[in-house]
Design a protein. Structure first.
Length: 245
């Protein structure tokens, strides 16, 4: 689940101004316009479609390694039929080349009316084709070709185990600039953490690194701390120290 923060710069103001007395009202404001995330699994899709979600609520559709794009496209189509807004994960390392990317984007738009996507590199050890980073997908020009309007990119509040912070910062600036140069709106979606401190600290640095770019804060669904720790030590969900048991 990802509540929306209107701008990165706003994080400092809200952090300093909110008090314990503001709790319920502040929480309601922060959670307004929330989104959820599902996989292409039948049960996850069914639960999202049956949930009491407001029309137009964004539903991020994960593209799990080993799955066919057909499954994610089908999930997006079913979500859209319920009046929700599917936002598929477009994973750079999963594509064999521009022809596959072109076809998948065309199908998301044509079959599910998709206009927004989360573009990520993915965690496959070896890419399936020429793409190893999300910025490379943006540079193809295929998103605007198919009518996408907004792209989201990942934000790692606790860093990344395989990529140094300066490299991540440079890559973020480059892909935000590339997307904007192509007329695409941009935003950031953070990985979840079990402690607000690293998220707030990361967001407070964004006014200099990504001015005025909106941020969605990732929040883990109901789970035990032990399960979260297990996920955090896997390659699929490389989280930081906030998940330590």
């Amino acid at each position: 689940m990802s509540p929306s923060l209107s701008t990165a710069a706003r994080a400092r103001q809200e952090d300093e101004s909110l008090s314990a007395a503001d709790g319920p009202a502040a929480a309601g404001q922060l959670m307004s316009g929330y989104s959820i995330e599902i996989t292409g699994a039948d049960r996850a899709v069914a639960e999202a479609c049956e949930a009491d979600l407001a029309p137009g609520t964004e539903v991020f559709v994960a593209f799990v390694p080993g799955e066919s794009p057909d499954r994610a496209i089908d999930a997006a189509r079913r979500v859209a039929k319920k009046g929700l807004a599917p936002v598929p994960h477009i994973v750079a390392r999963a594509f064999t080349g521009p022809a596959m990317l072109d076809e998948v984007l065309a199908r998301f738009v044509g079959e599910a009316g998709v206009r927004s996507a989360l573009v990520i590199a993915g965690d496959r050890p070896q890419p399936e084709g020429p793409y190893h980073a999300s910025g490379q997908l943006v540079a193809t020009g295929l998103f605007e070709k198919h009518g996408f309007r907004r792209l989201a990119f990942a934000l790692h509040p606790e860093g990344h185990p395989k990529v140094a912070e300066p490299s991540m910062r440079d890559a973020l600036a480059a892909k935000l600039g590339e997307a904007r140069s192509r007329g695409l709106e941009t935003r950031l979606v953070s990985q979840f953490a079990l402690d607000a401190k690293p998220i707030l600290a990361r967001i407070k640095r964004l006014p200099q690194e990504a001015p005025a770019v909106p941020v969605r804060i990732g929040i883990a669904g109901p789970t035990s701390r032990g399960t979260a720790y297990t996920r955090s030590t896997s390659s699929r969900c490389p989280l930081g120290s906030s998940t330590s048991p």
